[in-house]
Structures are given as structure tokens and as C-alpha cells.
Design a protein around this ligand. Structure first.
Ligand code: SAM
Ligand code: SF4
Length: 412
């Protein structure tokens, strides 16, 4: 095949590649064809052939548009986070969850039109994330959605794992698009799990193990299994044990983070205990930090990755071991220094609102709504373009700082 290509002159090659791409991708992909033209040259043929998938072409187009400060774009975001549902099987809600602030009568699935309008965008994406304040496995169209997305686009989601039935495991494995599932576990013991997440510890553990076993049976490396813990006063002493439980369930990594700031509630939990949100933020700083270090060492020993989103340690000191652990696990440090979210990312709320980033407010700071507009109209609407202009001028927009302060803003 390569020899056949090499027999063309540069000009002929351009034309042939254009025709081939058009045939393969269709006329609506004109922008990719013109971008692809710039790659012509025998030494790049292999690269060029790799390009014949939409997410790669989209990424290249996006980079070109960003570099050229283009605000009316032909590219799509690299990642969309879609709130498929804000409903959840956990009733009552987990003690940490914002669902405690709303009744189930205020919970619903995304309207069908939202999915229909996003469907043509899926093939361009690198990753479709399915979460935001509900349980993706509780979404009525979960299995159908998996069939709407094809490789190389990937799907990732967080889940409480309780509804991970055999049928759902099969659908996940058969789809070949789910490459990461991040299970929210929050505890290494049944008692702590009950306190934070309610009943279902054994089921959750059994279901995650069943997914790991099915992966092994099929000889598949995906989905990569992560288990996460929202670190609170109730569970931080279980951190080393948590890492071991993660390994036992077949997880390759643990994600840790602290509770979101702001909420303040007291809830009656099983066993007559009370979950006091504010009090759960108060941990012995030295003991907390020591637990993180112990968990890190254990994770290293048994071959589990560890990530921490946000500030890792409570106490400021010059402990070199803490500095080393912090450098290794702090998620923030792994982010690129420049945020390109208005080109690369969109978050779709369960009511169809599209915003650029999770930290932008759902109603006031949305750039459009999929119930009333197509994704293309929104992505190139006045509001989206205005956010891009702000980013080009100063690296972030008013939306990033006005109310929900972006946790990554330290870097701009
Ligand atoms: C809201 S849940 C939705 C997905 C799924 N139901 C689950 O529990 O993983 C998404 C993530 O938010 C986390 N979360 C919930 N309440 C939180 C809080 N107050 N602070 C920080 N993270 C929280 C959960 O642990 C979970 O990992
Ligand atoms: S499982 Fe997830 S969405 Fe459901 S209550 Fe718990 S944290 Fe909230």
C-alpha cells in the first residue's frame, strides 16, 4: 500500500488523499480534509493513515484553530460530560451527596432530545463522561447509549456499583468503548460504608469483582477500574486498608479527594449515628497526613496507582517524604498549565444546558440549551464565542471566577 502511495506526485497525493478521506468520512467533514492536506509528504504517510479516525482529526483541527485564535470553530470539544440522570438508586442518598438537598420528585433523566442532538457529535469525541450528580447505571437508556458510541471514542463514568448486574457488565464489555469506570466506595469496612453510603457493601464489592473477573475471562484490559474515596473524618483511618480492598476488587488505581466546600447538614445514619458535614471535614491533621503516606506506601507495594484531586495534606511542614508523596499523587500537577476548555470541553446538564466547564454555573453561565438548539448552534453561538475571546485575552473567563471558583485557577 505504501509503495502504491509513493508512486504519486505530491499534488496527486493531495488529491488522492482528499478523495479517500471524502469517501470515507463524507462531505460534512470538509474541515478535516483541508486540515489533512497540510500533512502531505511521503514521510508523513503513516501518520496520515492513522488520522483516518474522527477524534484524531478533530484534535488536530482543534489545535490548529486554538493556535490561530479562532473563536468560531469547526472542531468539536474533545470531551463532553453528559448528565444522563440526576436520579439514583441510593435512597436515602449517600451522606456526602448534594442529593440530600433535593427530593426525588426533583430528579429526572435527560430528555431524549438531548441524546438525539448529541448523537452526531459522539463520533468526534475522545471521551464521553457520563456523570454529574446521579447514578449512570440507573439511567433508563444506559445500555442503548453504550451502543451509540463507537471506538475510538471512549466512555468513562463514576458509579456506586450497586446496579452493576451481569447484563450491564456484558453491555459494558461488548461495547468496547468503556475504558475507565471509577467506583465510589468511600470505605474499607461495611460499618463505615453503611455510615457514608448506606446498605449494599457486599453487593458493591461482589459486583466490582464480577467486572474484574469478566475482564480477565475475556483477556481485556478495559475498562480500567478505579475506586475512589471522598476522604472524611469517618473513613480516613481506613485509607491503607482501602488500598488493599481496591487491589482485592481488581482496581488498578485509587482516587482520593476531600468533600466539596459549602454544604452544611446533619443526617441521621444507620446505627443511630449522625453525619455532620462540617464535623466530617475536621480530621486530626497529622494523623490524616500520616494515613495518606501509609496508604501511598501500601499502594506502591501492591502495585496500585494513587491520585489525589485537590490539596493532599493538611499540615504544612518540610517533611521530605510528604513532599515526595504529594508530587506523585497530586492530580493538579498533571494538568496542562493552560486551560483550553472553551475549545476542548463541554458539560451538558440533565436539563439540556451546555456549559464550558463544571465550575461554570449551570443556568446563568450556560452557553445554550440542547432542548432548543442543536449542538453546532450552541458551540458556535455568541455566548460560546464570547467565552473563547475572554480566554484568548486573559486565559480564563468571568465564569471561572465569579461564583464557583475553578480549582485549577492557581495555574493561570
Ligand atoms: C455525585 S456522584 C455521581 C456518580 C455515582 N452515583 C457515584 O456515586 O459515583 C459523583 C462523585 O461525586 C462524589 N461526591 C458526592 N458528594 C460529594 C461531596 N460532597 N464532595 C465531594 N465529592 C462528592 C461521589 O463520591 C462520586 O465519586
Ligand atoms: S450514589 Fe452517587 S449520586 Fe447516588 S447518592 Fe451516592 S454520591 Fe449521590
Amino acid at each position: 500500500m505504501l509503495i502504491h502511495w509513493m508512486a504519486f506526485s505530491r499534488q496527486e497525493l493531495k488529491q488522492a488523499l482528499k478523495r479517500r478521506l471524502r469517501r470515507r468520512l463524507g462531505r460534512r467533514l470538509e474541515p478535516y480534509v483541508s486540515t489533512a492536506e497540510t500533512l502531505v509528504g511521503p514521510q508523513r504517510l503513516r501518520e496520515y493513515r492513522r488520522w483516518a479516525d474522527l477524534p484524531t482529526l478533530n484534535r488536530e483541527l482543534l489545535r490548529e484553530e486554538y493556535d490561530n485564535k479562532i473563536v468560531k470553530v469547526r472542531s468539536y470539544p474533545l470531551e463532553i460530560t453528559l448528565a444522563t440522570t440526576i436520579r439514583c438508586n441510593k435512597q436515602p442518598a449517600c451522606a456526602i451527596c448534594e442529593r440530600n438537598l433535593r427530593g426525588t420528585d426533583l430528579e429526572w433523566d435527560a430528555p431524549s432530545i438531548v441524546l438525539e442532538r448529541l448523537k452526531p457529535v459522539f463520533p468526534h469525541l475522545d471521551i464521553l463522561y457520563l456523570h454529574c450528580s446521579g447514578e449512570p447505571l440507573f439511567y433508563k437508556r444506559f445500555e442503548e447509549l453504550l451502543t451509540m458510541v463507537k471506538p475510538p471514542t471512549k466512555i468513562r463514568f463514576n458509579s456506586n456499583a450497586v446496579l452493576l448486574t451481569k447484563a450491564k457488565i456484558k453491555a459494558i464489555m461488548d461495547s468496547e468503548v468503556v475504558d475507565v469506570v471509577n467506583f465510589s466506595v468511600d470505605a474499607a469496612t461495611e460499618e463505615t460504608y453503611q455510615f457514608i453510603r448506606g446498605p449494599g457493601f457486599d453487593k458493591m464489592v461482589g459486583n466490582i469483582k464480577a467486572l474484574s473477573a469478566e475482564k480477565e475471562r475475556r483477556g481485556s484490559s478495559i475498562p480500567f477500574i478505579v475506586v475512589n474515596m471522598c476522604v472524611t473524618k469517618a473513613n480516613y483511618r481506613e485509607l491503607p486498608q482501602f488500598v488493599e480492598l481496591a487491589k482485592e476488587m481488581g482496581a488498578g488505581a485509587v482516587d482520593l479527594f476531600h468533600m466539596n466546600k459549602g454544604p452544611d447538614w446533619k443526617l441521621d445514619r444507620p446505627g443511630g449515628r449522625v453525619f455532620d458535614y462540617r464535623d466530617q471535614e475536621r480530621m486530626d491533621p497529622d494523623e490524616h497526613d500520616a494515613m495518606i503516606v501509609r496508604a501511598f506506601d501500601r499502594a506502591r507495594e501492591i502495585g496500585v496507582d494513587m491520585n489525589f484531586v485537590g490539596s493532599v495534606f493538611f499540615s504544612e511542614d518540610n517533611n521530605p517524604k510528604k513532599a515526595q508523596v504529594g508530587d506523585e499523587i497530586r492530580e493538579l500537577d498533571r494538568w496542562e498549565s493552560l486551560c483550553v476548555a472553551p475549545w476542548s470541553r463541554a458539560v451538558v446538564g440533565v436539563d439540556g444546558n451546555v456549559r464550558i466547564c463544571y465550575f461554570h454555573k449551570e443556568w446563568d453561565e450556560s452557553v445554550g440549551n440542547l432542548i432548543f438548539q442543536s449542538f453546532d448552534e450552541i458551540w458556535n453561538g455568541d455566548k460560546a464565542q464570547a467565552v473563547r475571546r475572554e480566554f484568548l485575552e486573559r486565559g480564563f473567563s468571568d465564569h471561572c471566577v465569579k461564583e464557583n471558583h475553578c480549582m485549577f485557577l492557581g495555574r493561570v
